[in-house]
Ligand binder design. Structure first.
Ligand code: KG4
Ligand code: ZN
Length: 395
């Protein structure tokens, strides 16, 4: 890798829902993080998955194979409009390829990792594998710009709008389809996982409850929309709320929703009384208002547990900032509840824009930038492998 301090990073990500690429330029030696996102392209597979009623791994991998070249070309074209990417030698404009190597859907990860390796082989540009959850962890810094000392800016955005600097330690909550993590970020480069889910992730629970209500994939945004239509609150349980740790459990909450649905469908004229595993139950025939109150109450129970445990950790570790990221961070109730509690406890709250909450490659480029600042080096070609269960622990 060149010894220069301002580096241009091409990030590639193939998650279960999207094929994405982004280009970021940043000074890794600057006292305060200083970077600019030059491009970010996301090609969603959500239409494909909703047609099939969920993610079919082979179909997802095929879609990545089809999309990856045009997506990477578009990211390069958007970043360098005056260059012809057709015959572009990658090494003339890119110093490092960052690729999501895990965790995630194995056949999807493989496409991104092998594509990145082929690019590296052909161009000589080195690779840095990035953990997908580290992408989420650093994603709120991408938005902090316009609002912090971090001098983090988007090309063409108004950087005059300075706000309060981000202060460490940060209590970071990452809530996605596969993970629910509470992470203590001690400083820009060191973090420690405090707790995680012992069964279903928060997003997974949203998706499963949405299936019970016969809502289309992905369920989180559908539940969120439906929840806005109700004021009625059903007292669903708050699993592990009082457990003396920072772990979560959402499987029991989902089962409580199932039992509630079974109970009311007995009293109702609903025809949905399918038998079988939880996956086969559907209660789509229930009145709209009933479904809305279930969506609202479920969402409130999830937000309550997440926010209560996060604020407990904030107090214990004297955190000055709370950050929220991952697909479920797009949930307005969760954002609002956490933001309110942060205000009550006089801690700063940072959350990325909606487009940086769900999977994207910009967050992978941002994570790579912070890893380089912390001293990470590219990894030799032969050691780069997709690792679907790569866990975020501490750094
Ligand atoms: O981070 P992400 O895009 O992918 C993973 O890394 O898993 O998160 C996807 C998850 C899905 O479970 C989806 O239903 C959930 O985020 N999600 C939401 C909302 N938008 C997406 N959950 C609740 N409310 C939302 N508005
Ligand atoms: Zn994700």
């Amino acid at each position: 890798m060149p010894s220069k301090k301002t580096l241009t990073i091409l990030a590639i990500e193939t998650s279960c829902d999207e094929t994405a690429a982004s280009v970021l330029r940043g000074n890794i030696a600057a006292k305060k993080p200083t970077f600019t996102t030059l491009s970010s392209v996301v090609r969603s597979q959500i239409k494909l998955h909703s047609k099939m009623g969920g993610v079919v791994p082979e179909a997802a991998a095929r879609a990545h194979v089809k999309a990856i070249r045009p997506v990477v070309e578009k990211a390069l074209n958007d970043a360098f409009p005056s260059l012809s990417t057709k015959h572009l030698a990658l090494s003339t404009c890119i110093d490092l390829i960052a690729v999501t190597a895990g965790p995630g859907l194995p056949p999807a990860l493989l496409v991104g990792v092998e594509f990145a390796k082929a690019l590296s082989l052909g161009s000589g540009v080195p690779i840095l594998p990035v953990n997908h959850m580290e992408g989420h962890l650093y994603s709120p810094f991408g938005e902090s710009i316009s609002n912090s000392q971090f001098s983090i800016s988007k090309a063409g955005s108004n950087t005059k709008n300075q706000r309060t600097p981000i202060e460490f330690p940060i209590l970071s909550m990452i809530v996605s389809g596969g993970h629910t993590l509470l992470v203590l970020q001690k400083n820009e480069s060191h973090y420690q996982v405090l707790g995680s889910t012992v069964d279903d992730a928060a997003g997974e629970a949203f998706d499963k409850v949405a299936r019970l209500l016969d809502l289309p994939y992905p369920g989180g945004p559908q539940i969120s929309k439906l929840a806005l239509e109700s004021d009625e609150v059903i007292p669903f349980p708050r699993p592990m709320l009082d457990a003396p740790n920072y772990n979560f459990s959402f499987s029991g909450l989902k089962t409580a929703v199932l039992y509630h649905l079974q109970e009311i469908s007995k009293q109702n004229t609903s025809k949905d009384k399918a038998k079988g595993s939880l996956n086969h139950y559907r209660f789509g025939d229930l009145p709209h208002a009933t479904k809305a109150s279930i969506a609202r109450s479920f969402e409130e129970a999830v937000a309550d547990v997440l926010v209560t445990k996060a604020m407990r950790a904030v107090k214990k570790y004297s955190c000055k900032t709370v950050s929220l990221s991952g697909g479920v961070a797009a949930n307005r109730r969760l954002r609002a509840t956490l933001s309110e509690q942060c205000a009550v406890n006089s801690v700063q709250f940072i959350v990325p824009d909606f487009k940086l909450c769900t999977d994207n490659a910009e967050m992978i480029a941002i994570a790579a930038y912070f890893k380089l600042r912390a001293g990470s080096k590219p990894v030799p070609y032969s050691k780069i492998k997709a690792d679907s269960s790569w866990e975020l622990r501490y750094c």
